[in-house]
Design a protein around this ligand. Structure first.
Ligand code: BTN
Length: 247
């Protein structure tokens, strides 16, 4: 990944850029990076605060040759790649993967992933994997101060954004190749569960219009969160936003 890499000082959103270029045929593994974004987007229609000079904002174009039902596994794969990259490139911190697509350090978010899928006229798909990482950010904006952090704040030293980017891309590509050959996430589950921040915790998950609650047992082979409800039933949640229950 990254053999075709485009850098912009400023864009609206690297996901939007990547999507436009993917529609025009940008090859798999193309990477779009920006120093800042004027319209950075998060999941659930939220804004991704994207100031210049300190962070990483980038998007990778994937053209997976797998059945479309498997595409929802890609955020977890990306999370595993980022987690590995942090493990090798960032000293003194231990990060955790929060299902389905965040990386946390000390319970605060340091990285978010926004995957967007599109079907081409020939019925193949491309997926834009958008990754935002707070790298050297020193002052977390007030509105997210309680829930966000940066690699700098957690490790106590500044990081080279390009080293972190290349480390992520170097970890992501072989994982992705392995995943395409596999049937599901089975081979990645031990890793994903070992570093799962939600494991054995009581959570509430917003899943469409419902709030599901229970204790997290783990993850299914297809990437669903397995929740044990109060009556002992285990349900598999395919998507949503999980938050810890207080108490
Ligand atoms: C989230 O946690 O809500 C996902 C955040 C994803 C942010 C990244 S930054 C690069 C790419 N471009 C965007 O507009 N969003 C993603």
């Amino acid at each position: 990944f990254g053999r075709n890499l485009v850098f912009h000082e400023e864009v609206d959103s690297t996901n939007v850029q990547a999507k436009i270029l993917a529609r025009q045929g940008a090859p798999e593994g193309s990477v779009f990076v920006a120093d800042c974004q004027t319209g950075g987007r998060g999941r659930m229609g939220r804004v991704w605060v994207s100031p210049p000079g300190a962070n990483l904002y980038f998007s990778v174009v994937l053209r997976p040759s797998v059945p479309p039902v498997r595409l929802s596994q890609i955020p977890l794969l990306a999370a595993a790649a980022i987690h590995r990259a942090f493990g090798t490139s960032v000293e003194g911190v231990s990060s955790m993967i929060k299902w389905p697509n965040d990386i946390l350090i000390s319970g605060r978010k340091v990285c978010g992933i926004l995957c967007e899928m599109e079907t081409e006229p020939d019925m193949t798909h491309f997926v834009i994997v958008g990754i935002g990482i707070n790298v050297n950010l020193q002052d977390i904006p007030g509105e997210i101060e309680a829930v966000a952090t940066s690699l700098f704040l957690e490790s106590g030293y500044e990081h080279s954004r390009s080293d972190i980017l290349s480390s992520i891309l170097n970890h992501f590509e072989p994982l992705y190749e392995e995943w395409q050959e596999a049937e599901d996430l089975r081979d990645f589950l031990p890793y994903l569960e070992r570093y799962a921040w939600l494991k054995n915790r009581d959570v509430e998950v917003e899943h469409y219009k419902n709030t599901l609650s229970g204790r997290v047992q783990g993850m299914s082979r297809t990437g669903e969160l397995l929740l044990e409800e109060k009556d002992g039933t285990v349900i598999a949640v395919s998507s949503g936003e999980a938050r810890l229950c207080k108490g």
